[in-house]
Design a protein around this ligand. Structure first.
Ligand SMILES: [Mg+2]
Length: 261
């Protein structure tokens, strides 16, 4: 962990990004999303086709509702609002079904997150559709760690859907939880996500746990430049840093329980 998050203690809540933080959903989501994207391009009379890899490289952290108009503009075609709505629904369904099929529980996330959830209020703050995030939480066994009403989706929770990097979903979640600024810590794996949380006033730890092999260092630099307060390479690193008292030999006592800050 560089630097330690302990100076931020005590805060009350953890605001967790979902895709790429709680589960490695970005790659399989883009596999399913690229098929829908290319069907959309065909329906618009556009010859250009997009691979999952390039969509992921250029649009991670942005949802399909935000990406599709950018791709239409890039190809000089109009994308009317009602047409966009149709494709947003189609993409949501295809991606959710695919993720529910391929994601599995991962003890390297579940175990440290369980310890963190015992000490902090946990909320999920995502650009993705609520149904999709809920399906991923179920598939990965993390659903019991997120209390009812603590899943905030930029697609479904806001009066008007607006994706990160807009800070709206973080501000919305903060208002619902009654936390501002240093009363909460955000965890994000994308530049777009870090920018959203920072703009809403929350300190952010950039997590590179699921970064593809060889890309963690570069991603860490991007997240730092976007405003991340610290970088963590795993959930265990975050849990150890926040929960274990460095002065105790067994390291088992919570910094919160002992009143240390
Ligand atoms: Mg993410």
């Amino acid at each position: 962990m560089t630097p330690s998050l302990r100076p931020l203690l005590p805060f009350r809540a953890l605001l967790l990004d979902a895709d790429g933080c709680l589960f490695p959903s970005e790659a399989p989501a883009y596999d399913a999303s690229a098929d829908v994207t290319n069907d959309l391009m065909e329906s618009l009379g556009v010859a250009r086709r997009y691979t999952a890899v390039e969509l992921r490289r250029d649009h991670t952290g942005r949802n399909f509702r935000a990406t599709a108009p950018l791709l239409a503009a890039e190809n000089d075609v109009a994308l009317p609002a009602d047409v966009l709505e149709h494709w947003v629904a189609a993409e949501k369904e295809a991606v959710t079904a695919h993720l529910a099929r391929v994601l599995r529980p991962d003890p390297e996330v579940g175990e440290p997150l369980r310890r963190l959830a015992d000490a902090f209020e946990v909320a999920v703050v995502s650009s993705s559709a609520a149904k999709r995030v809920a399906a991923c939480l179920e598939a990965t066994g993390l659903a019991p760690l997120v209390p009812d009403g603590r899943l905030f989706s930029a697609e479904d929770s806001l009066p008007r859907p607006i994706s990160k990097p807009d800070p709206a979903i973080y501000s919305w979640a903060g208002a619902r939880l009654g936390v501002t600024g240093t009363e909460a810590l955000a965890v994000e794996d994308s530049e777009v996500g870090v920018r959203a949380a920072v703009a809403a006033g929350f300190p952010v730890v950039g997590l590179v746990h699921f970064a593809p092999a060889g890309e963690a260092e570069h991603l860490a630099d991007l997240l730092r430049a976007a405003g991340a307060t610290a970088i963590a390479s795993s959930w265990d690193e975050i849990a150890q840093d926040l929960l274990e008292d460095p002065d105790t030999v067994d390291g088992g006592r919570s910094a919160l329980a002992t009143g240390r800050t």
